[in-house]
Design a protein around this ligand. Structure first.
Ligand code: GLN
Length: 456
């Protein structure tokens, strides 16, 4: 109860950051009360007993609004719990509210929310990153202990980097997507924000693992445990030379990472630069495939099946859909639906969609051969630190897309990836290091990340 009251207080003080679309203050107190009673009755502690948590507004919580920060779902109430929500509640966590985000998780700055941008707590004139900006700021400003986001192309790691906290995107299929509003289903993964490496992995232990409602989920943690127990210092680490030579990369970020590589080498790690042939194809492939999947996933919001139905005399069904969708979706979401519909259209399907699928296959094969020789890949998480709200990036979508260069790779090939807050820029803004391992090696990632925090 004390904890809940504390966090409600911090949330009130930080209202200006716009990190929450709704706070369940009374309800959280009721749950906290129940949990306190269990302790007094001498019942065993649950794994996340009393852990106060925020949910990105794309994760279903029974009886609560879930809007994907969109006008089209502003009135929508979930009738069931996402698997992650159910597991959190059963583990004794207290869900304290839903976090603001980019509409339908599309964006890198949280400026695409229908309910206003989120502000970075370090500097209120700057973005927190996106799309899970509200969840990141909630942890950054101490408004909850941990929070959940979703990561389709970096939406957990990039805001974690901009906010100076830990953000984990597990292996594709580590956590059930049942009850997660879909953006691009073959990329989407629920991710976790926390102040420490152990915090995020202890939440993963609770919410991860097989689920009858999502056949893409596999049992992962087991083999990770055996493979790497106790040997992080023997790990072979690679970094992409072209990633660090990229002209878009802030020089200070590059220098900090190069200096850290030196430090790791001195600490006994083996770290080698490698060439990654397909580096320039990563972002285009990501945007062709995710917009294609989004155009299909978002077709259900038409004012009949899902989404708000506007008052109109229109009797033609397609016109009726058109009115609801034109008014209900924001600019970025419409841009992506159009792009996705274009790359899937009969005349262009092979030139764009099929081609991008082929590149994705090549990327996966290439990644497998890297992991035959190396255990981990490290890189910057983002090429710059948090930029200003209203920056030119938002006027130029391609510029914004290119900033996803380091994060989308892990989603294209389904590997786990974490951003750890190791560095600070001369501007005073934080930034992180991204660490990736092969699929299912979350435990190795946890051990290595902790080691890195120690060495820093
Ligand atoms: N910035 C990326 C995009 O806009 C990533 C979004 C995400 O991971 N949900 O698609």
């Amino acid at each position: 109860m004390e904890a809940v009251r504390h966090y409600i207080g911090v949330i009130q003080v930080n209202e200006e950051l716009n990190a929450w679309l709704e706070v369940y203050a009374d309800e959280a107190e009721v749950i906290a009360n129940e949990l306190d009673k269990e302790i007094k009755a001498g019942l065993p502690l649950k794994p996340l007993h009393g852990v106060v948590i925020g949910l990105k507004d794309v994760i279903c919580y029974r009886g609560h609004t879930v809007s994907a920060a969109s006008k089209i779902l502003a009135e929508f109430t979930s009738i069931y719990n996402a698997t992650v929500t159910q597991r959190l509640l059963e583990a004794g966590a207290i869900i304290i509210g839903r976090n603001n985000c980019d509409e339908f998780a599309m964006g890198s700055s949280n400026e695409n929310s229908a309910f206003g941008p989120v502000k970075n707590a370090v500097d209120h004139s700057r973005v927190p990153g996106g799309s899970s900006g509200g969840s990141a700021v909630a942890v950054q400003a101490g408004m909850c202990m941990v929070s959940l986001g979703s990561d389709t192309g970096g939406s957990v790691r990039q805001p974690a980097d901009f906010c100076g906290i830990v953000g984990l995107k597990p292996t594709y299929g580590a956590i059930s997507r049942h009850g997660l509003i879909a953006y691009a289903s073959s990329f989407d993964q629920i991710g976790i924000f926390g102040q420490s490496v152990d915090d995020v992995f202890s939440v993963l232990d609770v919410i991860g693992g097989p689920d009858d409602y999502d056949s893409t989920v596999q049992q992962l943690s087991k083999f990770g445990k055996e493979l790497y127990a106790g040997i992080p210092s023997l790990a072979r680490i690679a970094y992409f030379k072209n990633a660090l030579e990229d002209p878009a990369l802030d020089v200070e970020i590059r220098d900090a990472i190069m200096a850290f590589i030196k430090k790791l080498t001195a600490a006994g790690f083996s770290i080698e630069p490698i060439d990654f042939e397909y580096f320039d194809h990563i972002v285009p492939t990501y945007y062709v495939l995710t917009t294609a999947e989004a155009s299909s996933n978002l077709s259900r919001y038409d004012g009949v099946k899902f989404g708000s139905r506007l008052e109109t005399d229109e009797t033609d069904l397609s016109n009726f859909y058109k009115i609801n969708r034109s008014k209900g979706f924001g600019k970025e979401v419409k841009r992506r639906i159009m792009l996705g519909t274009f790359v899937l259209s009969a005349g262009y399907y092979d030139a764009y969609f099929t081609k991008a699928q082929q590149v994705r296959r090549l990327l996966s094969e290439n990644t497998n051969s890297i992991f035959a020789e190396f255990d981990f890949i490290i890189s910057p998480t983002v090429p710059t630190t948090a930029f200003k709200i209203g920056d030119s990036k938002n006027a130029d979508p391609v510029e914004m897309f290119l900033a996803d260069i380091y994060t989308v790779f892990a989603n294209l090939v389904g590997i786990p990836s974490i951003s750890i807050p190791l560095f600070s820029h001369s501007s005073g803004l934080p930034f992180g290091l991204q660490v990736m391992s092969s699929r299912g090696n979350e435990l190795a990632l946890q051990r290595l990340s902790k080691k890195f925090v120690e060495i820093k």
